[in-house]
Design a protein around this ligand. Structure first.
Ligand SMILES: O=C([O-])CC(=O)C(=O)O
Ligand SMILES: [Mg+2]
Length: 724
C-alpha cells in the first residue's frame, strides 16, 4: 500500500468525527508535528473514528496535528495492538519530517496545508485480500521502544531515531526515500492545491515561512481574479489563452476555478470546446507537465498499481477516453488527454465536484493516425491501435481495477471513444458499474431538453414532429433513442411505433430497411420502410422533417440548399448543428439564420457569436453536453446512485428544459445562458437524484428533504481557505 494511501491527517483540536480512508478496525494515531510525541490506538467503527477523546490525551502536547497510521503500516497484529493501548510510538527524527519538526500552535484552529509524501513506494507484497502490506524498511521500526528511550538529539548511526535504518545502509541495501512534510515555505507556494500567491495574509506568511518569498503586498482573491482575466485577455490566440489557463491550474487551483466560474461564458470556449480540440491536436508540442493518468498497453497487468500511483484516493468521477474519436477531429491517440482534463474542470466549475475527487484517464492502445505515428513529438505509443481481444482485455482490467480501487459508486464517464467501442463498452458495463457515455447519453439528454424547450416556440408535442439526423453514430442514435423514449412515455405508444417519426442519414444515405443486413447494430432500429435516398437534400425533400439535427462530425454539410429546403417546409425550422469543434459544425449560426431568412431556431455544439440579420440580433444557443454531465454526475454522487438508468437522463433533460425562462424564449433561445450554470446544475442534480431515489438506485439514505439545497450544499466553492 502506498504511504499516501494509508495515512490520513486530522486536526486534533477539532473534536469531531474524522473519516479515515483505511479499512482496518484499529488505527494507531501519532503526532508527528513535534518531538513531544504521544500515541494512542483507537478503535474505529463504521469507517469513522472518534477523535474527541483523543484531544484530552493530546492536551499535554503542544501539537495540533495528527497522523493516523492504519494497522498495516505498523505491522502489529490486532491482538497485540489491543493490549498495547497507548503504547508509545517511535520518534521520527525532525530531519525525517522535512521541516515539520516545528512546533505548531495548538490554539490556532484553522486548516493547515499539510501533506504526506512518499518519494517512491516502499517494497510491498500482497496479503490474501489483495491489499498490500509494507515490508521493509519500516520493519525496522522498533515498535516496542518507548518514547522515553529516545534521545531526540541523538545522531548516532542506527540509534533509536534511525527508524528507516538509513544510517546503517550500505550500497547493497535498499533504502526507501521517505519524506513526511507540512507544505510550508517554498514548497507551499509551489503546491497548486494550497498556493494562494499574493493572497497569503501577514499571519500566514509568518506561520508558514513565506516571509521574503513573496513581494510585500497582500491582495484579496477578487483582485487576483481581475488581474488574471486581464492576463488571459491579453492573448489574441485562443490556444495561448488555453495555455495560460492550464498554467494557472497548475499553479493555483482555487484561483483557476474562481476565474472560470466568474467568467464562465468567456472562458468555457477556452478550457473546453472548441479550443480544447486544438490543444489535443497540438498536445505533443504544448505538453509541459503530465495531467491525469496514462494507462497504456505497457501497463497491462498492472493497472491497479497505476491507479494507486495517483495521489488522490477519494475519487468520485473518472472521465476516460481512448482518444479514437476526439470531438469531430478523429483519432488523436494519447493526445486526447485534453478532453478528460477539460471535462473534469467542468465537473468542478459547473457541477461543484471537488477537484481532488476527479480523475482524468487516457487509455493508450496506439493510434491509427499516420501523422502522429510519424511525429517525433507524439507522446503516445507509436503503434497501430490494438483491437479485438487485446483491447477488450485491457479495458476489462481497467474497469475491474477501478471498481476494486474506488468502489461501486465511482462514476466512470466514457468520452470520445469511436462508435463501435462506445456502444459495446456501455452495453457491457452498464449493469455492473456506474457508467455513463457522455457522447451517447449526455448529448441525448441536452438535445432532448432543447427540443422540449423549442416546442414552446414552435408549438405541438414531440409526437407531432418529424426528425431527420445527418450522422448515425453515438450522438445521432443516442439522441434518436431518447426522443423516442420520451415520446413513447408521453403518448403511451410503443417504442417501435414512435421511432418511425425519426430518420437518420449516414455516409451511405438514408437508413432504410433494404440496408438492414449491412447496418451496424445500433443503426438497425432506424431502418424504416422507404426507397433508398442517397443524399441529405433529397432526404429533407422527401421526409419533410420539422427538426434537422447534425451529428455527422463533418463541417459545412448543411448547405444553403438544405437549409432553404428546411425553411420552405417549415415556418420555424429547428436546426441543430451539433458537431464539434467549430470547424466540424454542420453549418454556422450565420448561415442558419441567413439562409432561413431569420426563421430558424438554431443551436450548435460549439459556441457561435450573436448574428445580426435584417436589423435583428440572433443569439444562438449552445447545445452541448456540458449543460448536462456536471449536474448529472453531481446528482449521482450526492445520492450514492449505483447505476445509470435511462429515466435519469430524462430527469436531467426535464430539469434543464425547466430552466429556460421567458426572457430566453424572447431571444429565440432554447437553452439558458451558461452564466447561471451552477444553479442549473443543482436543479439537474436534484431531479436526477430524486429519480434515482424513486427507482431505488440511490444508496445515500435517508433521502434529503430538499434535494436542490442539498445539491448546493455539496458543491465545491473555490474561495481560499485560511491556514492556521
Ligand atoms: O466535448 C464536447 O464539446 C461535446 C462532446 O462530448 C463531443 O463533441 O464529443
Ligand atoms: Mg465527447
Amino acid at each position: 500500500m502506498h504511504l499516501s494511501n494509508i495515512i490520513t491527517l486530522a486536526h486534533l483540536r477539532t473534536p469531531t468525527l474524522y473519516k479515515v480512508s483505511c479499512r482496518r478496525s484499529f488505527l494507531r494515531v501519532a503526532c508527528l508535528c513535534c518531538s513531544d510525541l504521544s500515541c494512542v490506538v483507537v478503535r474505529k467503527s463504521d469507517n469513522r473514528t472518534t477523535l474527541s477523546s483523543l484531544s484530552i490525551m493530546f492536551s499535554s502536547t503542544r501539537c495540533s496535528f495528527l497522523v493516523i497510521f492504519p494497522l498495516t503500516y505498523l505491522l502489529i497484529p490486532p491482538s497485540q495492538l489491543a493490549t498495547s493501548r497507548f503504547a508509545p510510538f517511535p520518534v521520527i527524527s525532525n530531519s525525517g519530517l522535512g521541516g515539520c519538526g516545528r512546533v505548531c500552535d495548538a490554539r490556532r484552529q484553522r486548516s493547515s496545508p499539510m501533506k504526506v509524501v512518499c518519494m517512491t513506494p516502499p517494497s510491498r507484497s500482497s496479503d490474501r485480500n489483495g491489499s498490500v502490506v509494507l515490508e521493509t524498511p519500516l520493519k525496522e521500526l522498533k515498535k516496542d521502544s518507548p518514547v522515553t528511550d529516545v534521545d531526540d538529539n541523538s545522531t548516532s548511526a542506527g540509534g533509536p531515531q534511525d527508524v528507516y535504518g538509513e544510517d546503517r545502509a550500505t550500497e547493497d541495501q535498499f533504502v526507501t526515500p521517505w519524506s513526511v512534510s507540512v507544505a510550508s515555505g517554498y514548497t507551499l507556494l509551489r503546491d497548486p492545491h494550497f498556493n494562494k500567491g499574493l493572497a497569503f495574509s501577514e499571519n500566514e506568511r509568518d506561520a508558514h515561512y513565506l516571509r521574503g518569498l513573496l513581494p510585500p503586498t497582500v491582495i484579496p482573491q477578487e483582485t487576483q481574479v481581475k488581474k488574471m482575466i486581464q492576463h488571459v485577455r491579453q492573448y489574441q490566440v485562443p490556444l495561448q489563452k488555453y495555455m495560460a489557463m492550464m498554467d494557472l491550474q497548475e499553479r493555483n487551483e482555487r484561483l483557476f476555478y474562481k476565474l472560470l466560474i466568474e467568467h464562465v461564458e468567456e472562458l468555457l470556449p477556452i478550457v473546453y470546446t472548441p479550443t480544447v480540440g486544438e490543444a489535443c491536436q497540438k498536445y505533443g508540442s504544448i505538453f509541459m507537465r503530465p495531467q491525469g493518468l496514462y494507462i497504456s498497453l505497457k501497463e497491462k497487468g498492472k493497472i491497479r498499481e497505476v491507479l494507486r500511483n495517483w495521489p488522490e484516493k477519494n475519487i468520485q468521477v473518472i472521465v476516460v477516453t481512448d482518444g479514437e474519436r476526439i470531438l469531430g477531429l478523429g483519432d488523436l491517440g494519447c493526445q486526447g488527454m485534453g478532453i478528460p482534463v477539460g471535462k473534469l474542470s467542468l465537473y468542478t466549475a459547473l457541477g461543484g465536484v471537488r477537484p481532488s475527487a476527479c480523475l482524468p484517464i487516457t487509455i493508450d492502445v496506439g493510434t491509427n493516425n499516420e501523422k502522429l505515428l510519424n511525429d517525433e513529438l507524439y507522446i503516445g505509443l507509436k503503434q497501430r491501435r490494438a483491437t479485438g481481444q487485446e483491447y477488450a482485455e485491457l479495458l476489462h482490467e481497467f474497469m475491474t481495477a477501478v471498481k476494486q480501487t474506488y468502489g461501486e459508486k465511482v462514476l466512470i464517464q466514457f468520452e470520445d471513444f469511436a462508435n463501435h467501442n462506445a456502444f459495446d463498452l456501455l452495453e457491457k458495463y452498464r449493469s455492473t458499474h456506474l457508467v455513463f457515455n457522455d457522447d451517447i447519453q449526455g448529448t441525448a439528454s441536452v438535445v432532448l431538453a432543447g427540443l422540449v424547450a423549442a416546442l414552446k416556440l414552435v408549438g405541438g408535442n414531440l409526437a407531432d414532429h418529424r426528425f431527420l439526423f445527418l450522422g448515425a453514430g453515438e450522438a445521432g442514435t443516442g439522441i434518436a433513442e431518447l426522443i423516442a423514449l420520451e415520446t413513447s412515455k408521453q403518448t403511451n405508444a410503443p417504442l417501435e411505433e414512435v421511432r418511425k417519426n425519426i430518420w437518420l442519414v449516414d455516409s451511405k444515405g438514408l437508413i432504410v430497411s433494404s440496408r438492414k443486413d449491412s447496418l451496424q447494430h445500433f443503426k438497425k432500429p432506424w431502418a424504416h420502410e422507404h426507397e433508398p435516398v442517397n443524399n441529405l437534400l433529397d432526404a429533407v425533400n422527401q421526409i419533410k422533417p420539422t427538426v434537422l439535427i447534425g451529428t455527422s462530425g463533418q463541417g459545412r454539410t448543411f448547405t444553403k440548399e438544405v437549409i432553404e429546403a428546411m425553411a420552405s417546409i417549415n415556418k420555424k425550422p429547428i436546426i441543430l448543428s451539433l458537431s464539434n469543434p467549430t470547424s466540424q459544425s454542420e453549418c454556422t449560426a450565420e448561415e442558419a439564420y441567413k439562409w432561413s431568412q431569420g426563421r430558424a431556431i438554431f443551436a450548435s455544439g460549439s459556441p457561435f457569436p450573436p448574428v445580426e440579420y435584417d436589423g435583428k440580433v440572433f443569439v444562438p444557443g449552445q447545445s452541448n453536453n456540458a449543460y448536462i454531465f456536471p449536474g448529472f454526475g453531481l446528482g449521482l454522487i450526492m445520492s450514492g446512485t449505483i447505476r445509470v438508468h435511462d429515466d435519469l437522463l430524462l430527469a436531467a433533460s426535464e430539469a434543464l428544459a425547466a430552466q429556460v425562462g421567458q426572457e430566453n424564449f424572447d431571444k429565440g433561445l432554447i437553452y439558458p445562458p451558461f452564466t447561471n450554470i451552477r444553479k442549473i446544475s443543482a436543479h439537474i442534480a436534484a431531479n436526477v437524484a430524486a429519480k434515482a431515489y424513486e427507482l431505488g438506485l440511490a444508496t445515500r439514505l435517508p433521502q434529503p428533504k430538499d434535494l436542490v439545497k442539498f445539491a448546493e450544499s455539496c458543491m465545491y466553492t473555490p474561495s481560499y481557505r485560511t491556514y492556521r
